[in-house]
Design a binder for this molecule. Structure first.
Ligand code: AHM
Ligand code: MG
Length: 335
């Protein structure tokens, strides 16, 4: 039987390997691992418990209908991130503004977390996979003062760590601290995330493209031409409507995920701070690329607002480069 490396063990070993690694970051990652197990338990029985379905029809700050499991996941992530006392504040898709964590230790903690506690929540009621996305930054404000918006609206290049949890046919936690990407699959029989995918690398190209083709007629010309090109090449369209699931497939098998601007979302739908940036850090760390439909590198975008949206084209480097040619050739915006 091959050696089992649990998430906790891997985090602690990594902490010892790098002299600049701090125990604080390790403890935050372990808090997130605990939250992921708790959320996983509820996601796996959402159809049975009374937290299924819309939460009284309320909507979150981006105008998306909020499902009860969103709120549950948000509350559990906040609760678990309070355990170590190493996180001083959180910005979440489900919170209008950032919050400070109340404990005495948290007040002087050096890290903040940005998160989408349950991404792809429209899939919950129909038993399709959803995910949690997180990013970790060092706080910029003085540790003896209050946290500020500037602690949160940091560029993706300043991320210290990022990751996601995919609640799918199995539950996998994938994260990076800027030294490669590793995946841990939850073994329910022992309640541990176990190292299952070490040093993940995205294939340079692939046979999948992932986009909501239902908006085809609403996309700009360069997008429509690229979609036509994908069809001409007999690429397979896979779109689950859960960013984490769609990008996870591409990370493993190669391909390209696109959420361009549409009439409904002229700036793009996905949120830069807690969806695009963390996923882009992971894909870049695995050898992929992530840009906007204006060819800007996602991680270098100025973050001005917590719920700021961005367009995103992310995935295998060769396919991103090919996509760039279509944007350069057909885009009215770039000329
Ligand atoms: P959510 O984070 O509010 O649940 O929604 C974000 C989701 C992404 O996960 C997914 O890729 C996208 O919205 C699907 O949007 P659409 O239904 O417009 O294709
Ligand atoms: Mg989301």
């Amino acid at each position: 039987m091959s050696k089992i490396t649990t998430l906790d063990e891997f985090i602690l070993t990594s902490e010892k390997k790098y002299s600049d690694a701090t125990g604080q970051l390790s403890r935050i990652l372990r808090d997130i691992g605990i939250a992921a197990k708790i959320v996983n338990r509820e996601v796996n029985k959402a159809g049975l418990s009374n937290i299924l379905g819309k939460d009284g029809g309320t909507t979150n700050n981006s105008g998306d209908e909020v499902q009860k499991l969103d709120i549950y996941a948000n509350e559990k992530m906040i609760e678990c991130l309070s355990y170590s006392g190493e996180c001083c504040g959180i910005a979440s898709e489900e919170l209008e503004n950032f919050i400070s964590l109340p404990s005495k230790e948290a007040k002087t903690a050096e890290y903040i977390v940005v998160m989408d506690p349950l991404d792809g929540s429209s899939n919950i009621d129909v038993n399709v996979s959803v995910g949690t996305i997180f990013g970790i930054y060092r706080r910029l404000s003085a540790v003896d003062g209050e946290i500020t918006k500037e602690d949160f609206v940091q560029k993706g290049t300043d991320l210290v760590a990022s990751g996601y949890v995919l609640y799918g046919t199995s539950t996998i936690l994938v994260y990076t601290t800027g030294r490669g990407v590793n995946g841990f699959t939850l073994d329910p029989s022992i309640g541990e995330f176990c190292l299952s995918h070490e040093n993940m690398r995205i294939p340079p190209s692939g046979n999948y493209y992932s986009i909501n083709q239902g908006y085809y007629l609403k996309f700009d010309l360069e997008m429509r031409r690229f979609i036509d090109h994908c069809s001409d090449k007999n690429l397979r369209l896979r779109y689950i409507g859960s960013m984490v699931s769609d990008i996870h497939r591409i990370l493993f098998q190669g391909g390209i995920y696109l959420y361009p601007n549409t009439r409904k979302y002229p700036q793009g739908k996905l949120r830069l701070l807690y969806e695009c940036n963390p996923m882009s850090m992971i894909v870049e760390q695995a050898g992929g690329k992530a840009i906007t439909t204006k060819l800007e590198r996602i991680l270098e975008l100025e973050v001005k607002e917590i719920h700021q949206r961005a367009t995103i084209v992310i995935g295998s480097p060769d396919m991103i480069d090919e996509m760039k040619l279509f944007i350069e050739k057909y885009s009215a915006v770039l000329v």
